[in-house]
Each structure stands twice: as structure tokens, then as C-alpha cells.
Design a protein around this ligand. Structure first.
Ligand code: 6PG
Length: 437
């Protein structure tokens, strides 16, 4: 008798929406039994009552939680990053034993993960920082998972994480990224790229609206069309959906009634701060972070309304050609954002001694996560063809893509500058490209 009969092979601490969805996802997969714990027991009871099919093992105390888990105990913490995470780790360390595994599935700062891993390791318990991407829906149906931590921990948790991850071309979107903070580092870069992707989409939208003169509904059709080609991605797909929405109370396009201020939870800023420390230019990501800051300074923007604009107007004769120029500028800038993001991964791996397989990272981003996109296959191929590739943008496929987009990209950035339309990410990516050459 192993003493593990009737026990759970995995536990979740923290039952807010991400935690409860992850618990439900785990419970729905063959072979998993899920123990659950939340600071307030009402939430635990409610989840058990709402989902009897999940067969959860609810625990009222950390002791009960530990007792309900099979050895080696494996638990995923899904609470707020920062102090709440430290508080839960302290409690788990008291009731877990050497060989057990504590996984932090939140958006922790990777240096916190390095610190925590070191401290927890002294007790003989494994600590793993795992980036989990895909929001609420991904947590429930299949996220992309980026775990760090020890090889020993990966042996036990690998099959469990594979059972719940998104699947791309038959492969689960999870891989052992590297030791200690490697997983959270890569998740941070994922988010930085996500910021750049979103900013580039916003710039393309603004150009189509204000220069091209298209309505939001027409721009939705343009994005839907783009989503059938090399730009195919989740963010392009949902942009089309968002732009199609009409506000029921005013009858206006929804995009026009949403406050034009974008906040941020911090992972984009962390990416830029880390890149500054590593000496890696992530200019597209930085412009994306700064554009959000600018949007969130309404007093400054309002005071600046009276400043002179441009004496030039940009009149577009061939609207189809203009749309194609914007598409190509977007694609080229996106390639730069990914190239810069992978540069940061390479530099981080060298600095912190992580053996990160770049092609594997692109693979696990193909499904489940927010930046999932067709073109990630091309990144995997580029690193498979040349594992020592010094810059993604110089790989033949990407060099060709950027080369053929170049005249369009220059026309858009130059035209926008003359007409007084801000394109910080398009423009800085082009400048970076020219600087690099
Ligand atoms: C994900 C997302 C998710 C969230 C980020 C960014 O991968 O599922 O990245 O983690 O979108 O926290 O949030 P902000 O854009 O609000 O900073």
C-alpha cells in the first residue's frame, strides 16, 4: 500500500476565476483527482456545489489539504502575485515534506521566483514558477504553460500539466523551460510581446480609421480578412470581433464609447525594465508600454489639444493599396517585436544560466496563449534550421518577409509622420531595423 489511495494527484490553492477554472480543467482530464483550498471556505464549498461532476476533494485547512494529496504532493498556487503568494508558500512549506512540489501559477516577477525557489529548496521541497497564459478561457479549456524549476519536479508535474495544456498540431503546449525563474521570465517576455502586438494592432486600426476613412465595421472586415493570411492570430481575430460590436444604448460603434485609457498590470513594464538591465533593445515593447502610459494621462492630453498639428493632409487615392501597406507595416513590425523578444530570452538565458530552447518556446505559444499565431511555426523552423541564429529577423523566411514589406512600411511611417498620426511602435521598429542593418 502506498498510502496514496483515494488521494488527489494535484491540488489548487486560490479559487478565484483562474484557480477555479484550472481546477475544473484538471478534474475533467482522465486520471486526475483535484484537491482544492481557498482562504475562505465558502468559495471552496460553492465550487464543489456548482461542479459535483469534478469530484473535488475540498480542504478547510492547509493540514487537511496536505493530507488529501498523494505523495509527492503537487499543488498549484493561483493567488495574486507578490505578498499573497509568499503568504501561501509559507503555509504550504509548513505542511509539505521534502520531495513535494509547490507550483506558483501566477504572473510573478521572475526574480521573486528565483528568490522563492532558493528559499524553498532549503527545505527539500521543490518550488516551480510556471507562467500560465490564456486568461480565464485558457485556464478552463487549455492554456499554454511555461514551467521553470528542477528536472525532478518536471518529472512528476510534466504529465499533469500536459493533461490540461492546449494542443497544437497534436503536441501539448507545455515544456520545461529551464530552472528556477526561467518559466516566469519567458511568460514575462510573452506578455511584453503581447503588449507590442496589441499596440501594433491599435496603430493599424487608427490609420485605417483616420487616414483610410473606414468605419469600425469595415475595419472589422479588414482584420477578419487579414486573419486568413500570414497575420492569422488570436489577437487579430478578436480585434475583428471587437470592432463589430455596437453599443446598445447609443447605437454607436462600441470602440467609440470605450474610455480611451489603457491600464497595465505590470508585466509589460517588467519586460522593458529587465531588457534595460540585460542591454537588449526591446523598443517595440517599450513603445507599447509608453503608449498605454500616454493614454492614461488625460489631463496632459487635454492640455495638449491646442498644440499645432500638421500642415499636411494625407489623402489616399487607392484605398486597397493603402490597406495592404498598413497590413505589411503591421507584419514587419510584428516580426521585429518577436525578434526583440527572443533576443531578450537569449540574453536572459545567458545571464541566469538557463538552457532555454527557443524553438520549443515558439512551439508552446502556438495554442492556448494570448499571442498564439500561425507564424510561430516559422519561428520554430528558423531555430531548428539554425539553433545559433543571432537575430530572428535575419532568418531567411523573416528577412524575406520584412524585405518585401519594406516599401510599404516606409510609406506608412513617413506618411504618418507628415500627417501627424502617432505610430510609435511601427516607427520605432523601422528605426530599429535600420539601426540593426
Ligand atoms: C495571458 C495574459 C494575461 C494578461 C496579462 C496582461 O497570458 O493570459 O498575458 O496574463 O493579459 O496579465 O495584462 P495587462 O495587459 O492588463 O497588463
Amino acid at each position: 500500500m502506498s498510502g496514496n489511495e483515494g488521494k488527489a494527484n494535484i491540488g489548487i490553492v486560490g479559487l478565484a476565476v483562474m484557480g477555479s477554472n484550472l481546477a475544473r480543467n484538471l478534474a475533467s482530464r482522465e486520471g486526475n483527482t483535484v484537491a482544492i483550498f481557498n482562504r475562505s471556505y465558502e468559495k471552496t464549498e460553492a465550487l464543489v456545489a456548482e461542479h459535483p461532476e469534478a469530484g473535488f476533494l475540498p480542504a478547510k485547512t492547509y493540514e487537511e489539504f496536505a493530507a488529501s494529496l498523494a505523495r509527492p504532493r503537487t499543488a498549484i498556487i493561483m493567488v495574486q502575485a507578490g505578498r499573497p503568494t509568499d503568504a501561501v508558500i509559507d503555509e504550504l512549506v509548513k505542511v509539505f515534506e521534502p520531495g513535494d512540489i509547490i507550483i506558483d501559477g501566477g504572473n510573478a516577477l521572475f526574480t521573486d521566483t528565483i528568490r522563492r525557489e532558493k528559499a524553498v529548496r532549503e527545505t527539500g521541497i521543490n518550488f516551480v514558477g510556471a507562467g500560465i497564459s490564456g486568461g480565464e478561457e485558457g485556464a478552463l479549456n487549455g492554456p499554454s504553460i511555461m514551467p521553470g524549476g528542477s528536472a525532478e519536479a518536471w518529472e512528476t508535474m510534466g504529465p499533469i500539466l500536459k493533461s490540461i495544456a492546449a494542443v497544437a498540431d497534436g503536441e501539448p503546449c507545455v515544456t520545461h523551460v529551464g530552472t528556477d525563474g526561467a518559466g516566469h521570465f519567458v511568460k514575462m517576455i510573452h506578455n511584453g510581446i503581447e503588449y507590442a502586438d496589441m499596440q501594433l494592432i491599435a496603430e493599424a486600426y487608427d490609420l485605417l480609421r483616420r487616414v483610410g476613412g473606414f468605419t469600425p465595421a469595415e475595419i472589422a472586415d479588414i482584420f477578419a480578412e487579414w486573419n486568413t493570411g500570414e497575420l492569422e492570430s488570436y489577437l487579430i481575430e478578436i480585434t475583428a470581433e471587437v470592432l463589430r460590436q455596437v453599443d446598445a444604448s447609443t447605437g454607436k460603434p462600441l470602440v467609440d464609447v470605450i474610455l480611451d485609457q489603457a491600464g497595465a498590470k505590470g508585466t509589460g513594464a517588467w519586460t522593458v525594465q529587465s531588457a534595460l538591465d540585460l542591454g537588449v533593445p526591446v523598443s517595440g515593447i517599450a513603445e507599447a508600454v509608453f503608449a498605454r502610459s500616454l493614454s492614461s494621462a488625460p489631463a496632459q492630453r487635454s492640455a495638449a489639444q491646442s498644440l499645432p498639428a500638421s500642415t499636411e493632409t494625407w489623402s489616399v487615392d487607392d484605398r486597397d493599396a493603402f490597406v495592404e501597406d498598413v497590413r505589411r507595416a503591421l507584419y514587419a513590425s510584428k516580426i521585429i517585436a518577436y525578434s526583440q523578444g527572443f533576443d531578450a530570452i537569449v540574453a536572459g538565458a545567458a545571464e541566469y544560466n538557463w538552457d532555454i530552447k527557443k524553438g520549443e518556446i515558439a512551439k508552446i505559444w502556438r495554442a492556448g496563449c494570448i499571442i498564439r499565431a500561425q507564424f510561430l511555426n516559422r519561428i520554430t523552423e528558423a531555430y531548428a534550421d539554425d539553433p545559433e541564429l543571432v537575430a530572428l529577423v535575419t532568418a531567411p523566411y523573416f528577412a524575406d518577409a520584412v524585405g518585401s514589406a519594406l516599401p510599404s512600411w516606409r510609406r506608412i511611417v513617413a506618411g504618418a509622420a507628415l500627417a501627424g498620426i502617432p505610430t510609435p511602435a511601427f516607427a520605432s521598429s523601422l528605426s530599429y531595423y535600420d539601426g540593426l542593418r
